[in-house]
Ligand binder design. Structure first.
Ligand SMILES: [Zn+2]
Length: 366
């Protein structure tokens, strides 16, 4: 049970019809192309050719197709999905969009974005975060002048969504938190979360618009994630390994004489990295910390330093992720210590309120 009174929030008509539209795949129409969808009763082989969409050999009147089934299941590629699946051709692109109930979506995402084996209270926290993030996306899409075809992407650009799964116990976390979302000023928050914050203080991070999202400016360090093995991390790159990586950004570099973080913010986030590559100690190249993060998969977060030792380069950093919002390893420890999900969410998103989505009452015609 929650310790606060849950306020009434937006009507479902304002954020949608209780469903979410997830983009599963998309592409450009460059040549005749085929897709296959399988339901318990039938297989649908669809093709786009010469400006028309075909299904099982029959030309369709529109360049769009929706597959819905009695058993609420449809498979595409290697996964089965709850709800309907639409194939839409528009502006020389194709889109496969899964339209499903919000809680079926939350249940699915928990499998990928949470740890199914962790305690129920942890998964309740994650269920509320995942739902809040999704509702925010639905409202952003709904408020655009021209409503986009989908609300959210299925990849980790937004939240990883892989369709139905058999971790049935996660359903309880979804049901126990049904319709509950995190709000600030009665609006769903941008529910950012990362794996392990590394004790970095989010309010000290530069380059983020905290004015619009003050609940992300947590002014104190999380003290609950030190059990995570990436709370502090370090690794060593031999000269040639790092050189190979940097050459993807700077093909003309032939050797690395030194490399170090030359600008960082108060939180310890690396902002600029300088590479000395010539015979003098003059800096020859600078690279942004985010470019380095993309180049080196071993760099796990934004707060790190680099030091030269002999011919090797040692990277040392804190946490796993972007350091903002909920720290998942911290949630785990807090739940083990007996904190309830409302208390945990208050800790990571200060100043927020839990509210409940409500269905708009049906007004009878006068
Ligand atoms: Zn943490």
């Amino acid at each position: 049970m929650f310790r606060v009174i849950l306020g009434l929030f937006v009507c479902t008509s304002l954020f949608g019809n209780g469903h979410i539209r997830v983009l599963l795949a998309q592409g450009e129409v460059t040549q005749p192309i085929e897709w296959q969808f399988i339901t318990s009763k039938k297989s649908f082989l669809c093709a786009f050719s010469e400006g028309s969409l075909f299904c099982n050999g029959k030309r369709l009147p529109k360049n769009a197709l929706r597959i819905s089934t009695d058993d609420n299941r449809c498979a595409y590629q290697d996964a089965a999905y709850a709800g309907d699946i639409a194939l839409i051709i528009q502006d020389n692109h194709w889109y496969i969009i899964n339209n499903l109930l919000l809680d079926d979506y939350v249940y699915s995402v928990l499998r990928s974005e949470s740890w199914p084996g962790w305690p129920l209270e942890v998964n309740k926290v994650f269920a509320i975060m995942v739902r809040t993030y999704a509702v925010h996306k639905i409202m952003v899409a709904k408020n655009q002048k021209k409503r986009p075809l989908f609300d959210i992407r299925a990849t980790n650009v937004h939240q990883t969504y892989k369709g139905v799964h058999d971790f049935e116990h996660l359903r309880q976390a979804v049901n126990d938190t049904h319709d509950i979302i995190i709000t600030y000023n009665k609006q769903p928050i941008v529910a950012m979360y990362d794996s392990c914050c590394g004790g970095v203080i989010p309010a000290q991070l530069s380059g983020f618009d905290f004015k619009s999202n003050p609940y992300l400016a947590r002014p104190y360090a999380c003290i609950y994630c030190s059990e995570c093995k990436l709370f502090n991390w370090s690794f060593t790159y031999p000269h040639d390994t790092l050189l190979n990586l940097l050459q993807k950004e700077f093909p003309d570099i032939k050797q690395i004489k030194d490399i170090r973080v030359t600008a960082s913010d108060k939180a310890g986030k690396a902002l600029e990295i300088s590479v000395v590559s010539g015979k003098t100690s003059k800096v020859h190249k600078t690279i942004t910390a985010s470019a380095m993060y993309r180049l080196c998969k071993d760099v796990r977060s934004f707060c790190y330093t680099i030091k030269k030792e002999g011919k090797d380069f040692i990277f040392a950093g804190k946490g796993f992720g972007h350091h903002m919002g909920v720290c998942q390893w911290g949630v785990r420890t807090m739940a083990k210590k007996g904190f309830l999900c409302k208390e945990i969410l208050d800790y990571y998103y200060p100043g927020t309120t839990l509210m409940k989505l409500v269905t708009e009452p049906h007004h009878a015609a006068a």
